[in-house]
Design a protein around this ligand. Structure first.
Ligand code: PAF
Length: 313
């Protein structure tokens, strides 16, 4: 159901060109405006994805559905944000299953452009720069990733802009915390007319944060990967008790887990991604809203996760 109570079709409309996307959303928004009458402007929710969808994406789509008259999900595996051709090639492409899942979430339109539809001029010469906050942590391990990600997100936000008077929101998962912070900053710095909504991480019952890459973990790797959410949970519990975080101990716990190759475990400011705590014993208690962020390679799979640390003291 939409906010105005209209039932939804089970299969989303699949479009691949920007012109078809604009025509579809304009017609749907005009219909929503008539139904709303005096009840205010219609709302459009956009959920950018790369496909390979799972329950985390379904949560994004359902969140957008509850808040919007018209919901668009984009599915585009963006070559610009992959440093490694092998990683790009093996990214899951599961359009039929994705459409089924999105239909069940009541999504109206799926925008699944080809590379040529998205980049008609070929590889873009002009890109969005993520700046300093894009060079640390994920940015340090994946040079150019955030510039490529922001470039496609800027394009998707522009392509999704309602062609008629409407409220416009875009939904992103909090698991990709640095990505979300950079998107918020881009929208602020470049005056992109959209509201950015962060949606909490969805975890499996064993604590593993859902990711399209989890399907590449075998049973042993999956069990090893649980050290990441466990360590984040311990850091959170320490912060709640006002204890020093002992990041060095937390890193050692991850390092000790066979099959897990830690890239980083840090506590950072959730919006700037600058360090918030130092690993030296005694001076590393959390002092305000902060985010513990972790990345590790488990087998061939790179995983990231994070936890908000409550303010103490
Ligand atoms: O998080 C993702 O799936 C991608 O980085 C995004 C935001 C869809 C851009 O390609």
């Amino acid at each position: 159901m939409t906010p105005t109570g209209t039932p939804r079709p089970a299969t989303p409309l699949l479009v691949s060109t920007p012109a078809d996307l604009r025509a579809a959303t304009t017609a749907l928004l005009d219909g929503a405006r008539s139904r709303r009458g005096a009840a205010g402007r219609p709302t459009l929710g956009l959920v950018p994805t790369m496909g390979g969808l799972h329950e985390g994406h379904a949560t994004l789509a359902r969140t957008a559905r509850r808040a919007s008259d018209v919901v668009v999900v984009s599915i585009f595996v963006n070559p610009l944000q992959f440093g490694d051709q092998a990683d790009l090639d093996r990214y899951p492409r599961t359009l039929d299953a994705d459409l089924g899942l999105l239909g069940a979430c009541g999504v109206d339109v799926v925008f699944a452009p080809s590379v040529e539809d998205m980049y008609p001029g070929g590889e873009p010469l002009v890109r969005v720069s993520a700046g300093r906050a894009g060079e640390v942590l994920e940015g340090a391990s994946r040079p150019g990733h955030f510039d490529g990600m922001l470039t496609v997100v800027a394009k998707l936000l522009n392509l999704g802009l309602p062609g008629t008077d409407a409220d416009y929101g875009a939904y992103f998962g909090e698991k990709d915390a640095q990505q979300l912070a950079l998107i918020r900053r881009m929208v602020l710095d470049l005056d992109v007319p959209v509201r950015i909504e962060g949606v909490p991480i969805v975890r499996d019952t064993d604590g593993l944060a859902l990711s399209s890459r989890n399907r590449f973990l075998d049973a042993e790797e999956r069990s090893a990967a649980l050290v990441l959410s466990r360590v984040l949970g311990s850091l959170r519990a320490r912060a709640e008790r006002g204890e020093p975080l002992d990041l060095a101990g937390a890193r050692a716990e991850i390092d000790a887990r066979e099959g897990v190759d830690l890239d980083y475990l840090e506590v950072v400011d959730a919006s700037t991604f600058t360090p918030r705590a130092h690993p030296a014993p005694g001076d590393d208690a959390a002092v305000g809203p902060a985010l513990a962020v972790v990345a590790a390679r488990v087998g061939a799979v790179r995983l990231i996760d994070n936890a908000v640390l409550p303010a103490v003291g």
